[in-house]
Write a protein that binds this ligand. Structure first.
Ligand code: ATR
Length: 290
């Protein structure tokens, strides 16, 4: 990649940010298409966010991604927010159009796109069990509901958070069976028997953290033919994914969502079709090497 006088900057704002795969993934895509863009990671703390956003305008950056902990707090600093990002209540992509900053969220579409690409799964008429009730769960759950899921069970360690999300969704998606369940003991077991999709949106299963054990999430009770999906991508194969493969379920790994949400951001900034395979390969190589 050649940095020239005309090269425009894109990047990611987050805290912490050192472990992000996005620079490797996006720069590989820019290079593959010969675009005069570069992508850098910026460590931006919460009190610095307003000045960092102003720098998008001042430096005439093409746009940025935003990640933890800025996805919600950036909204009030933007000129405009796209409808889907408003629904999710979070922005992960900002596009700079001549100084006007518009926020988007590519997590929900990115998740569904990768799920479809890797497994052929479409939510219409299906029943899903979603583990987690945070920001990632919001994006994934909304995507499933908007695409016609007939049942959604939100399972969370803190039941209150799952209940409040379920209540909000019930108000918006009448006629859909939406329930909240506590992630404790074997409470989730009976719900797995009716699930076409089980997806983990919690940080459980991440390197160095607690795993989703068979006691907590008994795959032995999961409906035959169901798909097991995990948005955790470090490690590439989480304990949940390994257990699912052992039990013979089709799986959807976390790297897929990362790549597809990144591909959609790329398309918003460049107006070009993203080279998804190039982006995926760059991430795999980075994860294998790191
Ligand atoms: P994100 O935006 O990535 O979803 P978040 O909003 O902080 O991040 O949500 C993290 C999710 O992982 C929550 O559902 C959280 O459960 P709680 O609401 O009970 O905190 C879940 N989570 C994180 N660590 C967990 C653990 N050790 N055991 C169970 N759930 C955990």
């Amino acid at each position: 990649m050649k940095i020239k006088g005309t090269t425009r900057i894109t990047g990611i704002f987050g805290d912490p940010i050192g472990h992000t795969l996005s620079p490797v993934m996006q720069n590989a895509a820019f290079e593959a298409l010969g675009l005069d863009l570069v992508y850098l990671a910026f460590h931006v703390t919460p009190p610095e966010l307003d000045r960092a956003v102003e720098s998008i305008r001042v430096l005439k950056m093409a746009g940025v991604n935003v990640t933890i902990p800025h996805k919600e707090s950036i909204i009030k600093l933007l000129d405009e927010v796209d409808e889907e990002a408003q629904e999710i209540g979070a922005v992960n992509t900002v596009v700079n159009r001549e100084g006007r900053l518009k926020g988007y969220n590519t997590d929900s579409k990115g998740y569904l796109m990768s799920l479809k690409r890797d497994t052929g799964f479409s939510p219409a008429g299906k029943s899903a069990v979603v583990l987690g009730a945070g920001g990632a769960s919001r994006a994934v759950s909304l995507g499933l509901l908007k695409n016609g899921a007939r049942r959604l069970v939100i399972v969370n360690r803190t039941l209150e958070r799952a209940s409040s999300l379920a209540k909000e969704f019930k108000g918006r998606f009448e006629g859909v069976d939406i329930e909240a369940v506590e992630l404790v003991g074997d409470a989730v077991g009976p719900y797995l028997e009716d699930a076409d999709l089980l997806v983990n949106t919690t940080s459980m299963g991440m390197e160095g953290g607690p795993a989703l054990t068979e006691e907590l999430v008994p795959l032995k009770r999961l409906k035959s033919g169901a798909i097991v999906s995990d948005i955790v991508y470090r490690p590439l194969d989480t304990d949940l994914i390994r257990r699912a493969q052992k039990e013979g379920f089709m799986v959807h790994k976390g790297l897929g969502m990362l790549v597809c949400q990144g591909a959609l951001s790329f398309e918003l900034w460049t107006g070009r079709k993203a080279p998804v395979e190039v982006m995926e390969k760059a991430c795999m190589e980075e994860l294998a090497g790191g």
